[in-house]
Design a protein around this ligand. Sequence first.
Ligand SMILES: [Zn+2]
Ligand SMILES: [Zn+2]
Length: 66
Amino acid sequence: MTFSCKGICDALEIESVSTALRYESGHKRCTMCSVFVKTSKLGCPCCGARLRTKSRNKRSRKKNIP
Ligand SMILES: [Zn+2]
Ligand SMILES: [Zn+2]
């Protein structure tokens, strides 16, 4: 499946919200458009790609290189 940005996200993008609070306040990340949008749907209203709702936990990489 191919998703294409239609440019709608430009108007949906949310500003003045810190990255940490974006997910908590219901904002979702579209990896295709690279924007945060606020919607109750699972898909991006712009391109239709599935939105990311939670931030990834940072995995601390242990360097085991001798
Ligand atoms: Zn878009
Ligand atoms: Zn999108």
